[in-house]
Design a protein around this ligand. Structure first.
Ligand SMILES: C[S@@+](CC[C@H](N)C(=O)[O-])C[C@H]1O[C@@H](n2cnc3c(N)ncnc32)[C@H](O)[C@@H]1O
Length: 246
């Protein structure tokens, strides 16, 4: 998908941002008019993004979640930036007790409806700003997919995710590779918004905790663009096990 937004306070006015996910076939343009002040509020910004479209994402779980989490023994999971809930629902359906967090109430309302429709009862949907919130408990799995946001750097997102992983637990962080953005992504110049798997490993190992790196991969994936065009994009995938708390 493609989000266009004109009011990002971290950019010169009139700059456009684009945040994609696996659901590029749902691509569209957010032209809506949050001004600079509104854009500094992540809840308002992301509610606006969701309200632009009745359904923002495909409803399918992310490919890298399925690839990496299928073999894990289920326990407690935290999904950060859960959006409309497909990953949290997949985890719940695979035996996990899930806490799913997003800053957007609009996304969470949709997620909760999807969760009910899917018959899941083991998901707690919570509205939190991850730039501010730190969970009180730690989780067997912390999963974060495409948590790219104008108000929240990927480094802060990764460090917040890492801090929530229990000892012997798993961290799974997936984002867009800066060299593998969709051709219709208008913001390829904004390389600092995206990360390579090596960037993610460096950021993780520079922070607290000890980690075993299980996967640090660049994975190509085919997506469909706003005009129905096909393209290959690259996901940066980091899966790591926390071997000790400090
Ligand atoms: C590109 S979407 C990805 C959604 C979902 N993980 C997926 O892969 O479909 C990014 C999500 O992160 C959420 N988000 C952005 N900044 C956030 C923050 N500071 N705290 C919590 N959620 C945030 C947005 O509301 C949005 O749902």
């Amino acid at each position: 998908m493609t989000h266009h937004h004109d009011g990002d306070p971290s950019l010169s006015h009139g700059a456009h941002l684009s945040y994609g996910s696996r659901h590029e076939h749902g691509a569209h343009h957010v032209t809506g008019g949050a001004d600079t002040d509104e854009a500094s509020d992540p809840a308002q910004f992301w509610d606006g993004v969701y309200q632009e479209k009745e359904k923002r994402w495909s409803g399918n779980p992310n490919a890298q979640l399925i690839a990496e989490a299928t073999e894990l023994a289920p326990g407690t999971a935290l999904d950060l930036g859960c959006g409309e809930g497909a990953d949290a629902i997949w985890l719940a359906q695979h035996g996990w007790t899930v806490t799913a967090v997003d800053v957007s109430a609009v996304a969470l309302e949709r997620a909760a409806v999807h969760g009910t429709e899917a018959g899941t009862s083991n998901i707690s949907w919570q509205q939190r700003d991850l730039a501010l919130w730190r969970p009180e408990e730690q989780f067997d799995l912390v999963s974060s997919h495409f948590l790219h946001s104008p108000m929240f750097s990927w480094r802060d997102a990764l460090s917040s995710a890492a801090g929530a992983v229990a000892e012997h637990g798993t961290l799974l962080v997936v984002g867009h590779h800066p060299a593998g953005l969709a051709p219709w992504n208008a913001h390829k110049d904004m390389q600092d918004k995206f990360f390579t798997p090596e960037d993610a490993v460096d950021a993780l190992t520079a922070g607290p905790g000890r980690w075993r790196i299980n996967v640090a991969d660049s994975r190509e994936r085919l997506v469909t663009g706003p005009e129905g065009q096909q393209a290959a994009v690259v996901d940066s995938v980091l899966r790591a096990t926390r071997t000790s708390a400090d």
